[in-house]
Ligand binder design. Structure first.
Ligand code: ACM
Length: 265
């Protein structure tokens, strides 16, 4: 099952350009699953809530429909990040789309830095979607910093974690290796490149979109600063084999009764 992670320099405030760029890059190679970056239509570095509002759309909005048309015509699945307009406010979300339409919307739970000024934190649990290509979990960018994110998806049976990102912390591409290894899942992180200097706030994005196997093997890695795609063939049945040896299993060997948050005084 071929998976492609896509990275480009998302242009702030220009969803039409960004959608076109995504199409051009996806046109380079057919795949079963594509992963696009976080907030890949709007850009990331908002100055104020008005911008977020103006650049957001509903989970079934116009661009979602265009991605659905694309997935139908190519018979593929794709995950992409966008600013989701909802009745309670705006979420930093990712849609999972397949040939039959919208499969689900994940709302980023762990907001990073100034995102906390503009977005509501996700109000729904992590969730795994059973699809014809496998069991797919979604998390968005800074969720990586919390081991519970990937673990929760793995405990729900995720075989592949799709991870749209706008990474600014350099550790993430390497850290994803351990989420993959510890949980025995594939991970596919799509990260943008470029720099956004807006309203006195600068973010530099680190590229290195990356795919790991359930054994933590590097399967594909994009460069730091170059637009493009990178791909890997995944055998998702390997993500169902959690044993490390005759005696240890990544899931069964856990000791959850000792993992309580309650501190000892
Ligand atoms: C991030 O969560 N965009 C760093």
């Amino acid at each position: 099952m071929k998976t492609i992670v896509v990275q480009w320099d998302c242009r702030f405030g220009d969803p039409e350009f960004n959608f076109g760029r995504a199409m051009e890059l996806m046109d380079r190679e057919p795949a079963d699953i594509y992963v696009l970056p976080e907030l890949c239509l709007s850009g990331y570095n908002f100055k104020d809530k008005q911008e977020v509002d103006y650049l957001s759309e509903e989970s079934h909005g116009a661009y979602a429909h265009r991605f659905m048309d694309l997935a139908r015509s190519r018979n593929c699945f794709l995950a992409y990040g966008f600013a989701e307009k909802a009745s309670a406010g705006i979420y930093n979300s990712a849609n999972l789309i397949g040939p039959d339409g919208l499969i689900g919307t994940y709302r980023k739970i762990h907001l990073f830095n100034r995102e906390t000024l503009f977005f509501l934190p996700g109000d729904r649990p992590f969730r795994v979607y059973e699809t014809p290509v496998g069991k797919l979990g979604l998390m968005v960018c800074f969720d990586w910093f919390f081991p519970e994110s990937a673990r929760t998806l793995a405990l729900q049976g995720a075989e592949l974690i799709l991870h749209p990102s706008n990474l600014v912390l350099s550790w993430c591409p390497d850290a994803m290796r351990y989420h993959a290894l510890w949980n025995g899942v594939y991970t596919a992180t799509s990260n943008r490149i470029g720099r956004e200097d807006r309203g006195g706030h600068v973010f530099e994005y680190i590229g290195r979109s990356i795919i790991y196997s359930p054994q933590g093997e590097l399967l594909a890695e994009a460069p730091l600063e170059q637009e493009g795609i990178c791909s890997a063939e995944l055998d998702l049945s390997l993500a169902r084999e959690k044993d490390l040896n005759e005696y240890n299993d990544r899931i069964q060997s856990r000791q959850p009764e000792f993992y309580s948050d309650i501190s000892v005084t």
